[in-house]
Design a protein around this ligand. Structure first.
Ligand code: WQD
Length: 336
């Protein structure tokens, strides 16, 4: 078998799509997931896509001893760390849950990696660290802004913890700052699991089209944008998954230039909320009833990536279109 990669949170939305791409590339994958925000069924669905069942350990990374035992038992060549709580609104209500689950667990994983000489680490970060950037498109040299939520704070804190660890140990790390992941695998066997009322735009649009939600509320139509609705960079989750493979290759081949590198992973194109609604209706033929509503607290006006650094240094670029993202999201919804 090829090199062994640990994927924490590997049964989650982005994690499961990354496991599929890792297996497609011949890596041997071990998944750790606590199943707090997914179901074990995703493991069989990954297997039905790749015909190779990843090894799986149900571990809560807050259990430091379990993390220690894992790294004693498994011989790991690299770690891709997705495991974290990610609901922005919930983090405002339960900050300590987010600091414990997103930060304490990160330190346990990094401690056991350094103890066991596992030196390749990829971190799931977010464009949320930029807040409302002063310049668009956003480059990796844009200064991080004060976080709008404890969730966003844990992403920037995580980056700082990793940077400090790479300076003090042999750890090599790449932090991928995701823009807005959307869509689902073409097989429609994995996708974003609808657990509770969707907080993110595309899952809500899809459930509205399916009649599960009565209508979409568009949060704000008075932003200084072409149509008054907020702009984001919506990237197909499979393109995002492939960026992790590219980053892993850079670390395994020791091409990374310094201890910790950052890459903005988006399409480089901004789309407004209304443009998403229209593109969804056009690519699926489904209607999405909506109404205008007040702005959502903490939202920024616009964010989209300058992807030139990732294009060049990771030799990676997006291959799937916004229509691919939206039609795959609908095809996934139809299986639910
Ligand atoms: C996108 C746009 C909303 C829902 C967050 C996190 C980020 C990452 C992705 C987790 C905004 C508008 C939304 C709705 C709407 N998180 N919207 N009606 O806020 O850019 O990013 O999710 O992994 O770190 O910050 O994404 O999809 O919530 O919102 O009008 O019912 O859609 O106001 O303008 P966001 P989003």
């Amino acid at each position: 078998m090829g090199k062994t990669i640990l994927v924490t949170g590997g049964l989650g939305y982005i994690g499961s799509h990354t496991v599929v791409e890792l297996q497609n590339e011949g890596f041997d994958v071990v998944i750790i997931d606590d199943l707090s925000n997914t179901t074990i069924e995703v493991l069989d669905r990954i297997t039905s896509i790749t015909r190779t069942k990843p090894r799986f350990e149900q571990i809560d990374l807050k259990d430091k001893q379990a993390v220690q035992h894992f790294f004693k038992y498994y011989d790991i060549d690299g770690v891709i760390h997705f495991a974290a709580s990610k609901a922005v609104g919930e983090s405002v209500i339960e900050p300590l849950k987010y600091y414990e689950n997103n930060i304490a667990t990160l330190t346990y994983v990094l401690q056991e990696m350094t103890t066991n000489n596992v030196s390749n680490f990829i971190f799931s970060s977010s464009c949320t660290v930029y807040g409302q950037a002063d310049e668009l498109p956003i480059t990796e040299s844009a200064p991080p802004k004060p976080a709008e939520s404890p969730y966003g704070a844990t992403k920037r804190m995580g980056e700082i913890i990793i940077e400090d660890t790479t300076k003090a140990t042999d750890l090599k790390a790449i932090a991928l700052r995701y823009f807005n992941p959307v869509g689902a695998h073409e097989s429609a066997k994995i996708g974003e699991l609808p657990l509770g009322v969707p907080q993110n735009l595309v899952p809500f649009v899809v459930q509205t089209a399916a009649g599960i939600r009565k209508e979409l509320s568009i949060f704000g139509d008075d932003y200084p944008t072409t149509d008054g609705t907020a702009v984001r960079d919506y990237i197909h989750v499979v393109d995002l998954a492939k960026a992790h493979i590219a980053a892993l290759g850079r670390l395994l081949n020791n091409q990374n230039k310094k201890a910790c590198e950052y890459f903005n992973i988006g399409t480089g194109k901004g789309s407004s909320v209304l443009e998403i609604v229209n593109a969804f209706e056009k690519s699926t033929g489904q209607k999405v009833p909506y109404k205008m509503a007040p702005r959502r607290a903490g939202d920024i006006t616009a964010a989209y990536a300058d992807t030139s650094l990732a294009n060049k240094e990771l030799n990676w670029k997006t291959e799937l279109s916004l229509e691919d993202s939206l039609s795959s999201a609908w095809k996934w919804q139809e299986t639910l």
